[in-house]
Design a binder for this molecule. Structure first.
Ligand SMILES: Cc1cc2nc3c(=O)[nH]c(=O)nc-3n(C[C@H](O)[C@H](O)[C@H](O)COP(=O)(O)OP(=O)(O)OC[C@H]3O[C@@H](n4cnc5c(N)ncnc54)[C@H](O)[C@@H]3O)c2cc1C
Length: 431
């Protein structure tokens, strides 16, 4: 089949790879001049999510204080945003959290397998590093993480619970003082460079053939007609005006346009209740080599990740919750400063002396979060339309499994995921 993928982020590139592997001809349409320029560019490094990473559950936004929960609520967010927070809060209840994580888990494992398969075939190097150490500040927060620790035991996820002294002994850059509650070490989980991986996959596909990348092209609309799906392309800036709209036709269409997916889908009548969340990164040079961590450090409650990539530290988090209508407007200096301060403070608290924050490069991007914490992957609205978006904090790790699922569905192959997971990912679950 001929398949159009809208979006050249990690979701679109991984989907294109899996479609090509399944024998389809693929065209990726991306509005930027190259791939991996959206949320993918700002990733925090963590590859696959554990129950401590997902953006739902007892610890997520458990406190109303920005400085404590790591999420800044911008004043004036509207009724829809409040409703979104309310829905997500329902998953703080341990049983609801366990049920939802149980639905996500098969996709995590499928993604692990799909990524391993790509690595085995092409031997790609994308700054993979093993080891993630999650740190928890207070006894109260440690109690709140118990539901996640129960899930680690239930699913036999390899991990070690460490006292503060053991954390410091394992990772020399972490100090046992001032006192904190403890840590969870995942020595087999990994961090890696997501945009680099996306670019390497593009290069591989360029060499193999069968996937065309239309870069610098923006899709202005989707058309769904009979057995065909098409996209209309916006005129390129500076191009001579023409009355004719550029249209490309295909047998199937995958919307993997990150935050841009919402507007495209809404115009064909599919309104997804996903909420855009702005996130920040600081990329800081290592200040003192002897203070720099050799595993990634994650502030488990504030969801701030600090991963080392060569001679720099990538610090990601500082989410800002605001009304969806405000997302295209500048955030405002005060809120940006507050978000970046959260990142700087977490780095100083956990690994003092490791990063030169004053020389760090800031970045901000938007990721889509769903009110039930799970992405939207599957067929939607029309037999030829497929969606792959809303991966929230886990788009890097889930990309290969999500792409495989979309490729299986388009190819008419039964996906290797349980029915309740497939139902929990589908767009029509919100109806
Ligand atoms: C700061 C930060 C830290 C993160 N940390 C992690 C992490 O540690 N681990 C993890 O797994 N995930 C992490 N994530 C989430 C992860 O980065 C995202 O889930 C993932 O990158 C989403 O990929 P995507 O391809 O769906 O979206 P994007 O990367 O945003 O790609 C969408 C693409 O579609 C294009 N597009 C949009 N509309 C159109 C249109 N109309 N026409 C043509 N092209 C269009 C855009 O230009 C863009 O390139 C983080 C995200 C952020 C922002």
């Amino acid at each position: 089949m001929d398949v159009i993928v809208i979006g050249g982020g990690i979701a679109g590139v991984a989907t294109a790879y899996q479609l090509r592997a399944a024998g389809h001809r693929v065209c990726v349409v991306e509005r930027h001049a190259t791939v991996a320029q959206g949320a993918t560019y700002g990733h925090g490094g963590t590859v696959l999510p554990t129950p401590l990473d997902v953006w739902f559950g007892p610890t997520f936004m458990a406190s109303r204080q920005n400085a404590r929960n790591g999420v800044i609520s911008k004043t004036g967010f509207n009724g829809a945003a409040r409703q979104f927070v309310k829905q997500l809060s329902a998953l703080q209840e341990p049983q609801a959290f366990a049920r939802q994580y149980g639905r996500l888990r098969p996709l995590i494992e499928a993604s692990r397998d799909a990524l391993a398969d790509v690595e085995m075939r092409f031997g790609l190097e994308f700054e993979q590093a093993s080891g993630l150490l999650y740190l928890v500040r207070t006894e109260h927060e440690w109690q709140q993480t118990q539901a996640a620790l129960d899930l680690l035991r239930q699913y036999e996820v390899p991990h070690h619970l460490l006292s503060p002294a053991e954390c410091a002994a394992y990772e020399h850059s972490v100090r046992p003082e001032p006192a904190f509650a403890g840590g969870v070490l995942f020595d087999q989980e990994r961090t890696a460079n997501c945009p680099l991986f996306a670019k390497l996959i593009k290069q591989t596909l360029d060499t193999q053939g069968g996937v065309q990348f239309m870069l610098g092209c923006e899709v202005s609309a989707i058309r769904l007609e009979g057995q065909r799906a098409s996209v209309e392309l916006a005129p390129r800036p500076g191009a001579a005006r023409s009355r004719e709209v550029d249209v490309i036709h295909a047998d199937a269409l995958v919307v993997a346009a990150g935050h841009g997916s919402l507007a495209l889908l809404e115009r064909v009548g599919l309104r997804l209740p996903l909420h855009p969340l702005r996130l920040h990164t600081l990329v800081a040079p290592v200040a003192h080599e002897e203070c720099a961590p050799h595993v990634a450090i994650v502030d488990a409650v504030k969801r701030i990740g600090i991963s080392r990539m060569n001679h720099r530290l990538r610090i990601a988090g500082g989410a800002v919750l605001q009304g969806a209508g405000q997302i295209d407007k500048p955030l405002g200096e005060a809120v940006t400063t507050e978000a970046l301060a959260l990142l700087g403070q977490a780095t100083h608290d956990w690994i003092p002396g490791a990063a030169r924050i004053s020389a760090a490069l800031p970045w901000e991007g938007v990721k889509l979060l769903s009110p039930d914490g799970l992405p939207v992957i599957g067929n939607a609205l029309h037999p030829r339309l497929f969606v792959n978006t809303g991966h929230g904090p886990a788009g890097w790790g889930l990309a290969c499994g999500a792409g495989k699922l979309v490729a299986d569905l388009i190819s008419g192959q039964p996906p290797a995921l349980p029915d309740d997971t497939l139902a929990a990912l589908r767009a029509d679950r919100f109806q």
